[in-house]
Design a protein around this ligand. Structure first.
Ligand SMILES: *Cc1c(COP(=O)(O)O)cnc(C)c1O
Length: 360
């Protein structure tokens, strides 16, 4: 049997058809491609953190329920008794858990564009994924089209990123509520960018079929891999059954706990990022040929002159600045690039490089 025949008989067709999620090699670049927080911690805080890590028993399995961290997150989010929380190895893992729990022929609904992992994981599991196009004028939900898709496919899960990645906007709250009231399955409000969204949130509206998912990644702890989802006890209980028992390691549990106890450091950093976001938005829009879209997240999507996205992206790269070229995804993202808001000197380097790229 040839190797390729062997592989083709071994794996599910949907797995064979997938392409691996591509992450660009960022070594040596000013890295503005992945919505990371550019800031680290003051040295004194780092020392305290290392002391706390010293106490970790890495010879022991972690607490499978992550009791301490779970209670801290419940407290911080002022969650009522009727809801529970499930932690994941990043919210990516939670998306996977949710979708793994569905029957084989289930339908999954989101918007186009949106966070690519919704489709990637749906496809890997052989589920039927549908992305409803956002409105061309403002990237908001196309409510009639969403309601039509709900009626047609009866999706088991609807993902709404709030704010949306890669467009950066908050969808109309009333439209989301309308979708919630029509949905027969779960509606997952993905609040990965909540720290930058000026308190816009559905956390206090978690009930019945509404779940809210968050992550500490964009806040400034992307390396630790911790996401969480909040929903009614009965729903979260089902997800706990298919979660691997030790999905959150000892070091992550201790480090996130420590970070949350010192939360003020993030407040300063996210405030600085939001101020930089405004500066960058204004500077981008003042450039000839650039249209930047308003963002409630820590990145900005912007449109460049027609058919220039790849050339500008490559020019920035050759000048040592890595952002994300969204144009290959086509549709509403045609001619669009996405830049993460970094530290002031990184943003300045990006803007300088962009000016040079535009003049070519
Ligand atoms: C980055 C991102 C995530 C993934 O977060 P992790 O916790 O790092 O896995 C989830 N949803 C959206 C919309 C994102 O942009």
């Amino acid at each position: 049997m040839s190797k390729s025949h062997f592989i083709h008989t071994l794996f599910r067709p949907e797995v064979l058809a997938l392409s691996a999620y591509h992450v660009a090699n960022a070594k040596g670049f000013i890295k503005l491609d992945a919505m990371e927080n550019p800031y680290t911690w003051p040295l004194s805080l780092k020392d305290q953190w290392l002391k706390c890590l010293k106490e970790c028993e890495i010879n022991r399995y972690p607490d499978p329920q992550a009791h301490t961290l779970s209670s801290t997150l419940k407290l911080r989010n002022q969650l009522p008794e009727s809801v529970d929380i499930l932690l994941g190895n990043g919210s990516d893992e939670i998306i996977q858990l949710l979708l793994m729990a569905l029957p084989p022929d289930s339908h999954v609904l989101s918007t186009t564009p949106s966070f690519v992992m919704y489709k990637q994981i749906s496809d890997s599991l052989g589920l039927h994924y549908h992305g409803v196009s956002l409105r061309e004028d403002n990237f908001d939900l196309d409510l009639p089209a969403m309601l039509q898709a709900i009626e047609q496919f009866n999706p088991s899960v609807i993902f709404l990123a709030y704010p949306n990645n890669p467009t950066g906007n908050l969808f109309d709250e009333k439209a989301i509520e309308h979708i919630i009231s029509e949905a027969k399955g779960l509606v997952i409000i993905d609040e990965a960018y909540e720290p930058f969204a000026n308190k816009a949130s559905f956390m206090h509206k978690v009930m019945h079929n509404v779940l809210v998912m968050r992550t500490v990644s964009k806040l400034g702890l992307a390396g630790l891999r911790l996401g969480y989802i909040v929903g009614e006890n009965e729903i979260i209980a089902q997800l706990h059954k298919i979660r691997l028992p030790y999905n959150i390691n000892v070091l992550t549990q201790a480090s996130v706990q420590f970070a949350l106890e010192n939360h003020s450091v993030f407040e300063e950093q996210t405030n600085a990022i939001c101020i930089e976001r405004t500066n960058m938005f204004n500077t981008l829009n003042a450039l000839d040929g650039i249209c930047a879209y308003e963002s409630a997240a820590n990145f900005i999507l912007f449109k460049v002159p027609q058919d220039n996205a790849s050339q500008i992206f490559e020019s920035l790269k050759s000048q040592g600045v890595l952002i994300k070229n969204m144009s290959p995804q086509g549709g509403l993202l045609r001619d669009c690039l996405r830049v993460t808001v970094g530290a002031p000197e990184e943003n300045q380097a990006f803007l300088n490089a962009l000016k040079i790229a535009l003049n070519h």
